[in-house]
Design a protein around this ligand. Structure first.
Ligand SMILES: [Zn+2]
Length: 139
């Protein structure tokens, strides 16, 4: 009775379907290429890191320059995650619904978030991580 579709992410810890309880009767259309899927998965992973780092210091989400409106949209963390998941599952971006009446002071760009995360990562890994091949003696 094993007639499951082949999962290209089988065994991959980043499996987007992991933990999801999807009904098996829906043949999910998959218009995204592997590369596009990977991009979205990486964005989702980044998002987790950014939220974990930035939410505690008062950042509520990210601001994204909208190509349609040509103005910035402010997205809460949950909204961003929902949009990315939707893109993964449906292959189509969701109609954007920015946060209601956002305070721009509480939103940062992807670029800022990435730079912040890199800085924190460097600080945290200094002397604490002992990966083979990674010299940590330099201080
Ligand atoms: Zn827009």
């Amino acid at each position: 009775m094993h007639d499951e579709p082949i999962d290209p992410f089988n065994g991959d810890p980043a499996d987007p379907t992991a933990g999801l309880d999807e009904p098996g009767d829906d043949p999910t259309p998959d218009p995204l290429t592997d590369v596009e899927r990977q991009d979205v998965l990486e964005d989702l992973a980044d998002l987790e890191i950014y939220q974990a780092l930035l939410a505690p210091i008062g950042v509520r989400g990210l601001v994204i320059e909208c190509e349609d409106c040509r103005e910035p949209h402010y997205f809460d963390w949950d909204l961003l995650r929902g949009n990315l998941r939707h893109l993964l599952n449906s292959g189509r971006p969701r109609v954007h619904e920015p946060a209601y009446d956002p305070d721009p002071d509480h939103y940062v760009t992807w670029h800022y978030a990435r730079g912040y995360a890199d800085g924190v990562h460097d600080t945290l890994t200094e002397g604490t991580e002992d990966e083979p091949g990674t010299p940590t003696a330099t201080q």
